[in-house]
Design a protein around this ligand. Structure first.
Ligand code: DX5
Ligand code: ZN
Length: 221
């Protein structure tokens, strides 16, 4: 049985102690560090940019999962690569030529991932699913941490799992938004591989333990 992978989202960390937050993730059972880039246009918020991601990459021992909540993310493939990202996550809604962007991420030596907002149907990935290494399903409308989980995401995970099976794609399924110990078990049952968690991890008294609790979840058959 494959273990659930956890990607703590630094958005919920104390930014005055970012280094300590990265250290915590390094020492925890997390598989990735999730970094949220926002441009104030695609989403109504602005967060971290490339200089900060570069600094994080110098002390991170876990691979970076960079979630680009920006208009036309294809403009930034080179800059994300220069930050040492493993996954570059682009929103399907933000790309006019999604297939070209995915290919340019791959050519840059990163693993391409496509993100879908809650209102975007899984079916739109039909003709691109075999080109991507990961699909990130948003379980909140992107822009802010600490929002409530949208439960219809569970059916989307099931539909995505089915699409992956039908097409023989190797894509991993990641879910982001409102993930905690209450919402995570059903996501894992539905077929999620990677759970992004911000507030649940960083607001916990023992963040590394919160990561471990998510990581030990396995599908209840
Ligand atoms: C929201 C971001 C998330 C956010 C999740 O737009 O993409 O990664 O940090 O935060 P929580 O886990 O608090 O919902
Ligand atoms: Zn995110």
């Amino acid at each position: 049985m494959t273990k659930t992978q956890v990607a703590p989202s630094l958005l919920a960390a104390d930014f005055t102690r970012l280094g300590e937050a990265v250290d915590m993730v390094n020492r925890s059972e997390a598989s990735y560090i999730h970094i949220d880039v926002m441009d104030g246009v695609f989403v109504p918020n602005i967060t971290i940019g490339f200089p900060i991601i570069k600094s994080i990459s110098t002390i991170a021992s876990k691979p970076l999962d960079v979630h680009m909540m920006v208009v036309d993310p294809g403009r930034f493939v080179g800059m994300v690569r220069d930050c040492g990202a493993e996954f570059m996550n682009v929103h399907a809604e933000a790309c006019t030529h999604l297939s070209s962007v995915v290919e340019s991420i791959r050519r840059a030596g990163m693993r391409p991932a496509v993100t879908l907002n809650p209102a975007t149907p899984v079916g739109m990935l039909q003709d691109i699913i075999t080109q991507v290494d990961m699909v990130l399903l948003m379980s909140v409308n992107p822009g802010f941490g600490g929002q409530s989980f949208i439960s219809t995401t569970l059916e989307k995970v099931v539909r995505l799992r089915e699409l992956i099976r039908e097409t023989g794609s190797g894509a991993l399924i990641e879910v982001d938004g409102g993930v905690n110990l209450q919402t995570a078990p059903a996501l894992v049952d539905a077929g999620a591989d990677i759970l992004v968690a911000g507030s649940y991890v960083f607001n916990a008294a023992d963040p590394a333990r919160a990561v471990a609790e998510l990581a030990k979840l396995t599908p209840r058959v």
